[in-house]
Design a protein. Structure first.
Ligand code: PLP
Length: 376
């Protein structure tokens, strides 16, 4: 076979995609450095350090015997629980294989070559991946203080723009936009562009916000037919490995999403676990508290070490360490995995997920040692 015969043919916008880089798995680091996996601390993927709630584990155990059947394609029971929780009819809800799936489904429903998407620089990387996969053009808007600059994003909307992605709080920066800022933006987009431009408000880290900062984004969905709010069970609910997320949008937009969604995109175990987790308010509260304490622990240490960081509204902190590649390598040698973010245009920074107190302490000790400034 000649090399010509074996050449794969793919659209150039697909070949051009730089694939998603996940956090380094514990087992991989253990193999590379000959370390004991049980002593490795992973603070790289914004996972819930409490693990999976026991309530969800029990629900899964009960549902395992039914796995010979396909999942409920409509996700009736989970949608019923979400419908009661958020006060919207079921035809306002779309389930996703993680909220990542929702972000992709919107792109699949609305984009095509010749369309454009507006999002912020240093925003969640999947916005770029979803845009590129559809052959659409991105309009990446510079940040203001490493947060979304909504004024500039509004001005950046072009005649061919179909979609705007906003992460609130944002990953990897941890920045947050107030209700007022979001409402002003939505009103301006609707005033200038009507429903031609859909806004995706990605609230993956919403449950980590202080209560006084949380706002009823579903009320905004009632007001704006071009708004989609996405949420996930991967973070505060502790179900990252199961992959469940959902979208709230008015029926016309939801109907479009359902035309391109895979019929069985959320598996049976994920559906029952999400229902159990949604009811488990005690676990959710504990997730919030552990995160709030860990955030203080990390940010206090960064203050002591004289490091700049972005005050976080999520379950991770972005910290400026200078030669992040070297410091990351030194952390790895000490069995601590964090996330370098050079690929997000932040070569001097590391993103550290908030762990249990002892995990945070391991990271702080290792970082202090590397920076040559011992803890008092
Ligand atoms: C801002 C943001 N949105 C969405 C996601 C997707 O998460 P999942 O697919 O696990 O719901 C993430 C994951 O890290 C994220 O940071």
């Amino acid at each position: 076979m000649s090399s010509k015969d074996s050449a794969l043919v793919a659209p150039s916008h697909v070949s051009a995609i730089a694939p998603y880089q996940p956090g380094k798995p514990i087992e991989e680091l253990a193999r590379e450095y000959g370390l004991d996996p049980s002593g490795i601390v992973k603070l790289a993927s914004n996972e819930n350090p409490l693990g999976m709630p026991a309530s969800a584990q029990a629900a899964i155990a009960q549902a395992v015997a039914g796995l010979g059947r396909y999942p409920d394609a409509a996700g009736f029971e989970l949608k019923a629980a979400l419908s009661a929780r958020y006060g919207v009819p079921q035809d306002w809800l779309t389930l996703g294989n993680g909220s990542n799936d929702i972000l992709e489904i919107v792109a699949l429903a609305l984009l095509e070559p010749g369309a454009s998407v507006v999002y912020s620089r240093h925003a969640f990387v999947v916005y770029r991946l979803a845009t590129q996969a559809r052959g659409a053009r991105h309009i990446m808007v510079p940040t203001r203080d490493l947060g979304h600059d909504l004024d500039a994003m509004l001005e950046a909307i072009a005649p061919d723009t179909r979609l705007v992605y906003i992460a609130n709080p944002n990953n990897p920066t941890g920045s947050f936009l107030s209700r007022e800022a979001i409402e002003t933006f939505l009103a301006a987009v609707a005033g200038r562009h009507g429903t031609r431009v859909t806004v995706v408000l990605d609230e993956a880290y919403n449950e980590y916000l202080e209560p006084e900062l949380r706002f009823d984004s579903v009320a905004l969905v009632r007001k704006y037919p071009n708004l989609l709010v996405s949420r996930t069970f991967s973070k505060a609910y502790g179900l990252a490995g199961l992959r469940v997320g959902f979208a709230v949008a008015q029926p016309a937009l939801t109907d479009l999403l359902n035309r391109v969604r895979q019929p069985f995109n959320v598996n049976s175990l994920a559906q029952v676990a999400a229902i159990a987790a949604l009811k488990d308010t005690e676990f959710l509260e504990r997730s919030f508290q552990v995160n709030r304490d860990g955030k203080v622990q990390l940010q206090t240490a960064f203050d002591r070490l004289g490091l700049t960081y972005v005050p976080s509204y999520a379950n991770f902190v972005l910290v400026k360490v200078g030669d992040a590649a070297r410091i990351n390598l030194e952390l790895l040698k000490r069995g601590v995995i964090v996330r370098p973010v050079a690929g997000d245009g932040l070569p001097e920074w590391l993103r550290v997920s908030i762990g249990l107190p002892e995990e945070n302490a391991r990271f702080i000790d290792a970082l202090s040692e590397i920076l040559g400034s011992r803890q008092p």
